[in-house]
Each structure stands twice: as C-alpha cells, then as structure tokens.
Write a protein that binds this ligand. Sequence first.
Ligand code: PMP
Length: 291
Amino acid sequence: FDQMDGEIWYNGEFVPWADAKLHVLSHGLHYASAVFEGERAYGGKIFKLTEHTERLHNSAEILGFKIPYSVAELDKACEELLERQGFSDAYVRPIAWRGSEMMGVSAQNNRINTAIAIWQWPSYFKPEERLKGIRLDMAEYRRPDPRTAPSKSKAAGLYMICTLSKHRAETRGYADALMLDWRGRVAEATGANVFFVKDGAIHTPDPDCFLDGITRRTVIDLARARGYEIIERAIMPEELEGFEECFLTGTAAEVTPVSEIGPYSFVPGEISANLVNDYMQAVQPLRAAAE
Ligand code: PMP
C-alpha cells in the first residue's frame, strides 16, 4: 500500500505517495497519539466532508492536541488532493499524530503532523448482493467505559480492540464482529454502527460510549423521512433473538444488512432494502452532479 502511485498531502505539501514517511520514533506509533477520519467521495465530491473534518479536529482536542490546519484548510486539501488524484469514487483518509521530537509518555511539544491519503474505491451498488446480508461473530472485547478511554474520539488507540475482534471474526469465518459495551449492552461492529428492526420500528443503541457515526445520523434522518419510528435505547444481547432485521451503517459499510450474529438469524427485509436504497440516493446526487 505504501508504494502506490499518486500523491499524499503531508503537512501542507503534496508529496509523492512512496515518499510520505515518518520516523520510527514517532509518538503516534509508540503511544497511539493519533486520530483519523474515513470519508468517501462519490462522483468526485466528498460526502459530508466538513462534518468529517470537524470530527477530526474534535478527536484531536479530546486527545489534548490541536491540528495546525483549520477545518477550511483541511477541507480544501482533501478536495484538491481528490482532484489531483483524479478519482471520482474514492476513500479519503486524513490522519494527525504526534511526531518524534521527544520520546516518552509525555510529548507535550512534539510536532503535530497531518496527512491525507486518497485511494480509489468504486461504489458498486448491487442491492441483491447486499441484501443477502453479512455474518457477524460476537467479539470478545468490549467498547470501553468513557471513564476508561476517550471513547468519543476517533483515536487510533481505540482501534486496537477492533482489529483484534475483526481478525478473530475473520479467522472464525465471519465478516465482522458485534461488540458489546463495558456494561454488556450491544454497542457496534468494529467499524460501523448497528441497527435492528422489530414490528416495523427501528432500534439502535444510544451512542454513549462509541462513535455516533455520520452515516448513523444520516440513516436516522432518512428513516424518519420515510416515517419509520427510530428508538435509541439500551439494547441487551438477549434481545437479538427477537429482532427481524439488522443492518450496519458506516462510511465504508454504507448500509449493509446482516443475516446472522452468532446463533441469531435475521432476514434483510423491506426496511433494510429501503434504507440501502435511500442512502445510495442520498450520495447519488453527488455523483450525478459530477457526471
Ligand atoms: N464505529 C466505528 C468504530 C467506526 O470506525 C466507524 C467508521 N468511522 C463508525 C462507527 C461509523 O462512523 P461513520 O458513519 O461516521 O463512518
């Protein structure tokens, strides 16, 4: 991945992809003082760009550092890089981290580095494929108590347990894993939020110790626009048996129906199908406008 063609925006400059390097003594690598974003461009336009950039700034603030570029500057850098890369449908990965000037837990004065990489990511829309649903394992790790970790920051360190859970799920033949929270309530997948359907209403966990995803909020608005009832509440794993449909939401996942979680089965139905389509429509004008 580090040898691709193209450019990476690195501390204000466009550098050749393979030259965007950092020192092995970077604080961000040793102590996970890094925050990032995941964004998607459709038809040459980055969906909800400013919301993502604001979340990046906020994630850094939660970790006690300030990104030395304004939201407007970063938005512009993302847009310019997308254009220079020449992609229409792509994934956008901004990241900011503490540098290598000091080595130790304390690194108050280390430089805050910022980079943006963009790679091609076609958005294939095959509803019939999607509606088969994916299979989720139950994760062994739980989302931490907000008193244990800065759970509202999209911080690199919080992804350690996501990678462990996702790898374990893949080894066991699943696509992803459902994580509970520190209290044993249903939380989210390793990189996406989760929703359930029962008796025509949509239930989703309160996002009190994990990311309230930008896609999650978009899908809630789309569901309400259709007149569906949205119930945000504590959901216990024992309830999984009683839900009819289940789907994940996220920038990468978009709306992805789920067919199984451990021993429980779901049948992606009308509500999942409608929201898969509505989300595609919501990002579609961006593509249409660019064509
Ligand atoms: N939870 C986690 C752990 C994630 O990594 C993501 C992806 N950023 C989400 C939820 C969904 O967030 P969004 O819809 O903003 O992409």
